[in-house]
Design a protein around this ligand. Structure first.
Ligand code: NDP
Length: 450
């Protein structure tokens, strides 16, 4: 039995019931096989075995009071995977689907994503099974305070710097930061994604979405193509989706779909992004409210989905940007995209495409930017926020945006050059995973066994 199969078998036995974690590891190890065979040091020094085991996993109880004065209890997680390249870094997710396997898949991906940016960042992830939907502002604040009351002892500006993810935006980061400051009495860059008025970086809110579109621009440029006039399908209507939609529109593309947990919105004339931001970001209303202003748009509620699948991928278009959640784009969806003439897929979300979908994209030879590379703009600008906090400085928005653009170009170039080196030009799954792995693996060997 070869090394990769043996390692995956061992992982399946040691991490039962952690399907998403296993899926993320399988994708990485399968493309790493030639690297692991070519350089025996990686096997001799058990680099993969060490990477699969987080350096530290913190599981904790969060007890808080709801508006009726009832005690509510949730699970909290912070999985500190790797600090080889810098302080642990990765977001916090608040969603009822959160469990140890999901946090481990996200944390594992984060190691390679952060390595790929070229910046000094380790990999981590955290969160809770808390469901913010339907909670009052006061409940969200009390939950965040209870969460930080336990987490604060494990993080710090040069130790572990969490950020947002699903269900955690600027409001939640504010409550978390306030509680950290109350408990520690230190005004330091311990969280990123803060509001710009008190330590946040201009451009952080936009960074993941904008970065994803810059990545798509680079993929297309390699074929001598541009975004101008391209019809784009986008899933999600949260932070990443909204700023993907905004940058696509700014660069002359025509986004025609988006979605949320209530349904899918299709507007073939081109989505009104300012209205969407007002509905979803400012007023926190359901997507359906868009129809009040645009009667030529269509909203398909989840209850009307065929076989439970969102129709978001089944419209004719040239580009697709999955920006909601993991495994939201299946093999069937991928085949529909390819049949409808899609030339590129760029992932704003983490692992949104199933393994069948990824195989379909690679077989069809279309441009495919895996999340690990394409959505790294968020963590990259988080690192710029850390730099500004450490220097007590504040960069203008143009400087942040230019730096983000340059980082996304470098990530694309690095992944693309590595794919060429391994005889698979254009295969950015291979390029991103191998480039990220080599940076962290070489550093682990140089720093000795621990
Ligand atoms: P948000 O919470 O801001 O938005 C998530 C969006 O996706 C919401 O519109 C939500 O619907 C929708 N959604 C979530 N789960 C489902 C589901 N199961 N079915 C249908 N719709 C769903 O999160 P983000 O935009 O921050 O994150 C989106 C993705 O991007 C995640 O995979 C995250 O890990 C990844 N990512 C985020 C980064 C960041 O900087 N925020 C950085 C890198 C990656 P509703 O509005 O109804 O809740």
């Amino acid at each position: 039995m070869d090394y990769v199969t043996r390692t995956l078998d061992g992982l399946r036995r040691s991490s039962p019931g952690q399907g998403e974690f296993y899926q993320a590891v399988e994708e990485v190890l399968e493309v790493l096989a030639p690297v692991l065979d070519a350089d025996r040091r990686y096997q001799d020094e058990a680099v993969v075995e060490r990477l699969l085991e987080p350096e530290r996993q913190i599981f904790f109880r969060i007890a808080w009071l709801d508006d009726q004065g009832r005690v509510r209890v949730n699970k909290g997680y912070r999985v500190q995977f790797s600090s080889t390249l810098g302080p642990y870094k990765g977001g916090l997710r608040f969603h009822p689907s959160v469990n140890a396997g999901i946090i481990k898949f996200l944390g594992f991906e984060q190691i390679f994503k952060n390595a790929l940016t070229g910046l000094p960042l380790g990999g981590a992830k955290g969160g809770s099974d808390f469901d913010p939907k339907g909670c009052s502002q006061g409940e969200i604040m009390r939950f965040c305070q209870a969460f930080m009351t336990e987490l604060h002892r494990h993080i710090g500006a040069t130790i572990d710097v969490p950020a947002g993810d699903i269900g955690v935006g600027q409001r939640e980061i504010g409550y978390l930061y306030g509680q950290y400051r109350r408990l520690n009495g230190r005004f330091e860059g311990v969280l990123t994604g803060k509001a710009a008025g008190w330590g946040g970086s201009l451009g952080r809110r936009e960074a993941t979405g904008y970065g994803c579109v810059y990545f798509a621009e680079n993929m297309l440029a390699e074929r001598g193509d541009t975004l101008a006039g391209k019809r784009c399908l986008v899933s999600g209507a949260g932070n990443v989706a909204l700023y993907t939609l905004e940058k696509l529109t700014q660069l002359g593309a025509r986004p025609i779909s988006c979605s949320d947990s209530s349904g899918t919105l299709i507007h073939r004339a081109g989505l009104d992004v300012a209205l969407l931001k007002d509905i979803k970001e400012r007023r926190r209303l359901p997507l359906r409210d868009y129809l009040d202003c645009h009667t030529d748009a269509t909203f398909i509620p989840v209850a009307d989905y065929t076989a439970g699948r969102s129709p978001v991928w089944h419209e004719p278009a040239e580009l697709a940007f999955p920006c909601a959640t993991q495994n939201e784009l299946t093999g069937v969806d991928a085949e529909a995209l390819v049949a409808n003439g899609v030339v590129g897929v760029c992932e704003g979300a983490n692992m949104p495409s199933t393994r069948e979908a990824v195989s379909c994209f690679l077989r069809a030879g279309i441009d495919y930017g895996p999340g690990k590379a394409a959505n790294a703009g968020g963590v990259a600008v988080s690192q710029l926020e850390m730099q500004q906090n450490a220097a007590m400085a504040r960069w203008p928005a143009e400087k942040v945006d230019q730096t983000l653009r340059a980082i996304m170009r470098d990530i694309h170039r690095r992944a693309s050059a590595t794919a060429e080196e391994f005889g698979a030009p254009g295969n950015l799954v291979l390029g991103a995973n191998v480039a990220g792995f080599r940076r962290v693996a070489d550093a682990m060997i140089e720093q000795g066994v621990f």
